[in-house]
Design a protein around this ligand. Sequence first.
Ligand SMILES: Nc1ncnc2c1ncn2[C@@H]1O[C@H](COP(=O)(O)OP(=O)(O)OP(=O)(O)O)[C@@H](O)[C@H]1O
Ligand SMILES: [Mg+2]
Length: 342
Amino acid sequence: MSDAPVIETRNVSMRFSEQQGWRGLFRVRPGKLALDAVNLTIRQGEVFGLLGPNGAGKTTLVKILSTLLIPTAGEARIAGLNVVRDGLRARRRIGVLYGDERLFFWRLSAVDNLMFYAALYGIHGKEARRRVLEVLDMVGLSESAHMRLHHYSTGMKRRASIARALLNDPDVLIMDEVNVALDPIAAAELRELIKERVTTGERTVLITTNVMAEAEFLCDRVAFIAGGRIQMVGEIAHIRNALQTNKVFEMVVGGLTNASIEALRAAPGVDALDVVPLDGKRYRLDLNLSSNGDTVPMMVRRVVETGGEVWSCGPRELTMDQMFAIIVGNSHKDAERERIPA
Ligand SMILES: Nc1ncnc2c1ncn2[C@@H]1O[C@H](COP(=O)(O)OP(=O)(O)OP(=O)(O)O)[C@@H](O)[C@H]1O
Ligand SMILES: [Mg+2]
């Protein structure tokens, strides 16, 4: 991984104009700010996740980076090339795919479809065929290369889209919600494939998603975006530490009376204690501790001293879903409120 920024945005903003009915032909009102001064620097070889709820601005940013939309303000660069002024050259360096794209001819095979796209990239003849078979092999579609896409499963179609996006051997691969509408098994298979075959080497990869497990599995760094604004950027582990101000532990215990549970709740250093019944005999105690781990041995001792048993005890990390809720939760509520007509 080198330090050279391969994807760079400086104060990128996007405001879509709002046209209302036929009057919109004469009077265009300023619409919603879909992106608000977005600054991102993504280095060569990084797998970067852009995470955010529906309507956060992810696709808008992807379209700006892939030269399909011109930002209202700010500047974006791909491999040092300005996506507006140097759009054509920038576009040659990127491969883009959208999870909901319909870019294939369903009656044709994967090979025929990709030969068509290779020609659009100016690759022809034997060279095109070699490249098409190579990218189909990369995404594990060699055996079904000559099958009509009509017969492909959704997961296979998605892999064919990745193959299409890789045809021009791009420095930057952008995948917008590549997992949308896949069942959990197909989604997991696709994640594995992306990790093993696609995100390797020098290629810089930008993935947008709102599936947290996918981001955690694939990404070196992530940015959380909501309401068009970047809320937080960094490695997932760092963001988790920053959010986890209190220490959260879980302890599975048995043989405790209500009175002794209440005594534990009142113990010094315990901010909160939730009791989750497990199997009739045992409970899980979710502990929110104000100090670092010091309180834990004391809690274990108290359980044992009051005649209880400790089955397990350990720290509990925030899940990605919980992090998502903490970071974007408020702006999500604001956005819903905006949708309700006054
Ligand atoms: N062509 C357009 N014209 C007007 N508004 C648009 C247009 N495209 C997007 N928007 C608005 O911009 C905001 C951001 O949309 P965008 O599609 O970028 O979000 P997203 O993060 O990709 O969401 P999702 O998870 O649903 O794909 C939304 O409020 C959307 O309604
Ligand atoms: Mg989108």
